[in-house]
Write a protein of this length. Structure first.
Ligand code: CTP
Ligand code: MG
Length: 384
């Protein structure tokens, strides 16, 4: 029996997105889904380590039968959390969700090496750059001979007992082969592959796209929406219940702020994003998709419309690379709740990268007169 642990609990600090790195979209799916797809070809049991708070979201995007556990503060701790959920395997593969494009062939090479008697296996690639040791002063101290050095990748493979043994204590390392080596085990190598690169920064994502093989094109779209503040606020009837009195904007309720008019919840930021996505994909607009011919969307919340828009563009073969929205109005002050709003819109858009900006119009025009709020959104989408 072959089990696999997919380490996906990192926050992706160096990547700098508002969502965990494993949930970033690459082509038509998240990094994690890419990683799961190739590992499931060789593993009978898969355990995914999720960042704390993202367990349910991760559970919803992986297949039934995959175990999701909460990861730890370090990669090694996450692997230990995953290992605790594995029972009775002969071999265990440990893979980084960040190395999402590692191929099935690579996983098979690792498994074959284990079946041939290895207790610890790592995929490696030669180093192509000249290597030098640099001192704290920034000056080169010594040249390093690269001939004997290798770049180490995942999936790495271990017998169940060796992986158990090297994770007995609280050892920490950036990978498991280092722990196996430190514990005195023989670590064997197989040939790695460039496509198993670790996505660390946004530029790695662009490199990874080139490995997806099929033609990928980007398109952009712009969407605009504006609503006036409601006068008879208590008569509003929408997705959040009859007679709501608060503003809904960017997927959030704003207690104490004037509500906007509109046949839905009047969330101009969400509506502008929907239209930007429709514009980028040529799949109509808010009216043609959710208008009078679809009465079930009358009064739908902004988040519901975003989710449905995502489903429509996904069915059309598109995925979101990035969405940004600028809210134009005197109130409310967006800054203090920006992170919350980004998280809410991003969640409605399947973890897409979202930016939210806000501005006033210096007392000029519709929103400057304080009569309402407008939003302009742009979307960058990927067509596969
Ligand atoms: N990982 C994990 N648990 C942690 C830290 C990392 O499961 N506490 C996983 C990451 O999700 C990733 C893999 O280990 O798939 C390799 O880590 P890395 O590329 O460093 O990802 P992050 O730690 O998320 O990124 P950063 O170091 O930039 O924050
Ligand atoms: Mg890390």
């Amino acid at each position: 029996m072959i089990a696999a642990i997919i380490a996906a609990a990192g926050s992706g600090e160096r990547f700098g997105a508002s969502i965990p790195k494993a949930l970033i979209q690459l082509g038509d799916r998240t990094l994690l889904e890419h990683a799961v797809a190739s590992i499931s070809a060789v593993a009978d049991q898969i355990v995914v380590t999720a960042p704390s708070g993202y367990e349910a979201q991760i559970k919803s995007i992986v297949c039934d039968g995959i175990t999701v556990v909460t990861g730890g503060a370090t990669r090694s701790e996450s692997v230990r959390a995953g290992l605790a959920a594995i029972k009775g395997a002969d071999f265990v593969l440990v893979h980084d969700a960040a190395r999402c494009l590692a191929s099935v062939d690579l996983a098979k090479r690792v498994v074959d090496c284990l079946k041939g008697g290895a207790v610890a296996v790592v995929p490696v690639l030669p180093v192509v750059d000249t290597l030098q040791q640099v001192g704290a002063d920034g000056n080169v101290v010594a040249a390093v001979d690269r001939a004997q050095l290798r770049r180490v990748q995942t999936p790495q493979g271990f017998t169940y007992s060796v992986l158990q043994e090297i994770h007995q204590g609280a050892q920490d390392a950036t990978d498991d082969s280092t722990l196996a080596l430190n514990a005195g085990h023989k670590v064997q190598t197989v040939i790695g592959e460039e496509r198993a690169l670790k996505i660390t920064t946004p530029s790695d994502l662009a490199t990874a796209l080139t490995f997806l093989g099929d033609a990928t094109t980007f398109t952009t779209g712009v969407g605009v929406d504006a609503h006036a503040f409601a006068e008879g606020r208590s008569t509003l009837n929408d997705a959040h219940g009859q007679g709501h009195r608060d503003l809904w904007l960017a997927g959030l309720q704003w207690p104490g702020e004037n509500a906007l008019e509109g046949h839905s919840d009047g969330d101009v930021a969400s509506h502008a994003i929907c239209d930007a996505l429709f514009a980028a994909t040529g799949l109509g607009d808010l009216g043609s998709n959710f208008g009078t011919s679809r009465p079930e969307y009358a009064g739908a919340s902004g988040a519901t419309l975003l989710k449905e828009t995502l489903a429509i563009i996904n069915r059309g073969g598109y995925s979101i690379s990035h969405v940004s929205v600028q809210i134009i109005g005197n109130r409310p002050r967006i800054g203090a709740r920006r992170a919350e709003a980004i998280a809410t819109l991003s969640a409605a858009l399947g973890g897409a990268d979202v930016a939210i900006l806000a501005t006033t119009t210096d007392g000029m025009g519709l929103t400057g007169e304080g009569k309402g709020i407008a939003a302009i959104a742009s979307a960058l989408v990927i067509k596969r």
